[in-house]
Design a protein around this ligand. Structure first.
Ligand SMILES: NC(=O)c1ccc[n+]([C@@H]2O[C@H](COP(=O)([O-])OP(=O)(O)OC[C@H]3O[C@@H](n4cnc5c(N)ncnc54)[C@H](O)[C@@H]3O)[C@@H](O)[C@H]2O)c1
Length: 411
């Protein structure tokens, strides 16, 4: 690549939490392509971590996004990874200033806001990429390639299951950040906009109609067992036999600690204990202020009479997606670890593709978090004729479907 094509892109990081750290890692791996030049983060531990990691000078570290946007433009683009309810306003402010944005999903909290951002991006001539990272995952790319190749004939229907997994469910959607619709979004948007996007992208068809059932059935006070207390640390009599114990998950097993800030030099046990005593993650799962669903089913009618059955389930031991696509000449199914292609003709052997190494907590969604950044940087440099794979224009459809589903959901 020539020097112009490889122009280093400068990015300001807004919301230096888990997602930002995954995308920003690209700057450490490819410092000639990307530099993180500013950070906006109210949490001192995370702001300092980001500033130290990327050597950002103090004058470019901010505690709030309005303060940041008062400054003249100091980067080409923004990585916008704030919580769901803080996407719309900073995104609009960034576009006003002419920043390109890599924006975490969901785009915003209402359909109107999603469209506003897309319109504003067009007006300002800015690129907005939405972090539908699964489109970049080698496993889902393989699925898409199989559909596109036509080797199995015409697509007829899809069965797709999003197994949220009980630990992710209680951590994120009962005790944690995505537990309330008013603070974030309905779960069909905050968790499953990825799945809705995949259905449209894999099938290559637009969605015409939806219907849905689902509710919050289990994680409610009326289901709290006798002897349970407000917090798992309050001497709960059933803590040891409760599959949702916060003490077991966070304190004894030291897992799912990604939203706990453990300052350097502090004893992790005492920080975790304090969080469980006072913070959201120590609460009894039956006594939180959660209102998002714990199970939901969706039917979708796509163009060309293609149908989709989609189910989002909290009550599974592990998390993951299972996809089964039926075609006129065969079928393709996978569980993210293996993808099998099976032909109806007896002389054609099954094909099995192994992806077991590419999913997991610490590998950036099988590299997808890094591929999306590479794609975004190329789009900014004008290297992509076809445009960004997950542009806001493309991503609007999954959001439109999610809002439609939520309207139709029979509670
Ligand atoms: N693409 C994916 O696969 C995926 C996965 C998980 C989460 N997400 C989305 O990414 C976003 C961030 O999620 P996360 O898991 O990184 O959460 P997080 O809590 O780890 O990070 C969010 C950060 O934003 C900071 N913040 C809060 N208010 C702010 C403000 N006013 N200005 C600047 N920063 C502020 C928080 O302090 C926090 O550090 C959410 O919208 C979430 O839905 C996407």
């Amino acid at each position: 690549m020539n020097g112009k094509q490889m122009r280093k892109i400068k990015v300001a990081a807004i919301g230096a939490g888990n997602r930002l750290n995954a995308y920003a890692e690209y700057a450490r791996l490819y410092p000639k392509e990307l530099e993180i030049v500013a950070v906006v983060e109210p949490n001192e531990v995370r702001r300092k971590y980001c500033a130290d990691y990327f050597q950002i000078p103090a004058e470019r570290c901010f505690t709030s996004w309005p303060q940041f946007f008062e400054f003249p433009r100091l980067a080409d683009a923004i990585f916008l990874c704030t919580p769901d309810h803080l996407h719309y306003q900073p995104a609009m402010a960034a576009l006003e200033k002419g920043y390109h944005i890599l924006l975490e999903k969901p785009i915003a909290q209402t359909w109107q806001e999603c469209m506003d951002i897309a319109r504003k991006a067009k007006e300002c001539g800015c690129i907005v990429g939405i972090c539908h990272v699964l489109r970049y995952h080698p496993y889902f790319r393989k699925f898409r390639q199989i559909v596109e190749s036509g080797e199995l004939g015409e697509i007829i229907s899809i069965n797709h299951v999003e197994e949220v997994g009980i630990e992710r469910m209680t951590h994120a959607f009962v005790r944690g950040l995505w537990r309330r619709e008013d603070e974030t979004n309905p779960m069909i948007l905050s968790k499953a906009c990825h799945d809705l996007d995949l259905m449209v992208w894999l099938s290559g068809r637009h969605c015409l109609e939806v219907s849905s059932y689902g509710s919050l059935k289990w994680f409610k006070e009326k289901n709290a067992p006798e002897g349970s207390t407000l917090r798992c640390t309050d001497g709960c009599l059933v803590e040891r036999e409760c599959p949702y114990s916060a003490l077991r998950l966070y304190y004894r097993q030291k897992r799912w600690l990604r939203h706990f800030d453990i300052p350097e030099g502090k004893d992790p046990d005492s920080v975790i204990w304090q969080e469980l005593k006072t913070g959201p993650y120590g609460r009894c799962v039956y006594r939180c202020d959660n209102d998002v669903v714990d199970h939901q089913v969706v039917s979708m009618l796509l163009e060309d009479e293609v149908t989709v059955n989609f189910s989002m389930d909290a009550f599974t031991k592990e998390g993951g997606r299972k996809t089964h696509i039926m075609f006129t000449q065969g079928e393709a199914f996978g569980d993210e670890k293996q993808l099998t292609v099976r032909y109806f003709l007896p002389d054609k052997a099954d094909k099995v593709f192994d992806f077991s190494a590419s999913f997991g907590e610490c590998n950036f969604h099988g590299g997808a978090d890094l591929y999306i950044v590479a794609d975004f940087l190329q789009a900014i440099r004008g290297q992509k004729v076809s445009g960004l794979l997950t542009s806001i224009e493309t991503s609007l459809e999954s959001h439109r479907i999610a809002f439609e589903i939520e309207k139709k959901r029979v509670k």
